[in-house]
Design a protein around this ligand. Sequence first.
Ligand SMILES: *Cc1c(COP(=O)(O)O)cnc(C)c1O
Length: 431
Amino acid sequence: MGTDFSTQTIHAGYDPIEHGHAAVPPIYASAAFDLENALRGDALASGQAEGFEYSRVANPTVDALEQRLAVLEHGIGAVAVSSGMAAVTYALMCAAEGGGRIIAPTNLYGASVDALGDFLPQFGIHTDFVSNINDLDEVASKIGPNTRAIFAETVANPSTTILDVEPLAELAHRHGIALIVDNTVPTPYLFNPILFGADIVVHSTTKGITGHGNAIGGAVIDGGHFDWANGRFPQFTARQQVISDDRTDQWHSFAEKFGKAAFIKRIRIKYLRTFGAVASPFNAYLSLIGLETLPQRVAQQVASAKAIAEHLSRSPHVIKVNYSGLGYTPQYELIGKYFPRGVGQILSFLVDGDANNVRRIIDGTRLFSYVPNIGDARSLIVDPAHITHREVPAEARIAAGVSDNLIRLSIGLESVHDLIADLDQAIAAAY
Ligand SMILES: *Cc1c(COP(=O)(O)O)cnc(C)c1O
């Protein structure tokens, strides 16, 4: 089979011969699967045989999506979950459970800031925030004996700040710490963090991957090159009942039983099985269909986003445009290194005036949907300070560049001329 990205978005992880020769992955709407006979049932339950038992742990439609995403991100395995936030929290908890610490910027998706700063501490997981995740000295100064992971977004939402993944991964690995990245904004078409040293990649598949704004979903993907038995992660070296057999007195830890796949196995066998944020087969099917056109959609959206960013930077009432793809930002070198196909379909801009002008612009657009989402076939507009970053404390909101006169756009697949004309008329009418 071909190995190019646009071939794999259509074919990877699915073989029609294994599915009644169905050309398109079928929706397996079945909670459970026939164990066939006692011998096979025992082998399946003990993990000695491969196969499906119960859809909370694995399902054939979901499995096709998982395998495809693992291939597209150059990972050794993936677990699909019911939302991007399930992917973020499962990955962070799996790395830091039992009193670990995480290092992260405040420049993150709103619910992730809330998780790290306010909610995970309730479970004994604390975060040391940094003001600039690309400042290696600042990051290094936060590393302590309990640090387990560094977490950041490869392209931050809504600032589009780019993460310098490679030196950060090197710093993390020198200290035996894992680098976990949220690659939602660029999608695997624009960037593959594992190729630059990231250990774990999480996605909200709700966004560009599914691409049509019709299904909430997420995924955790394991690069398979991190040593979870290096002494910093007792959860991976302690023996665990769920992967052992007390009748034959064979005891295992995740690291010993699964080696380099210990992390993704723990996500499935502990987190998915226990916390249960399972991807539904129908949503996995929508994501698989969406993936088929990922390269074509994102390529057009990036071209349109760039044209709109350029147009807005010359528009009256626009004070500043945040779009790393504009070519003259300080991050120009990082784009050349990591993002030859562009940085994505998200951009944001600051307007003069106050929140009333922002409201009038949003209400005045006719083509843009006023929606707290990104990566849709439709173009979307939102005021992050009031909607997507509402749960973020003011200090962190300002650090993320989210002020009251900021507007975020997610560019869809409409004609770029129509989109520009719509923004122009809405801005003109707002003053
Ligand atoms: C949307 C988003 C999430 C959360 O995903 P859901 O599917 O809405 O749970 C996490 N990270 C980023 C960068 C996002 O844009």
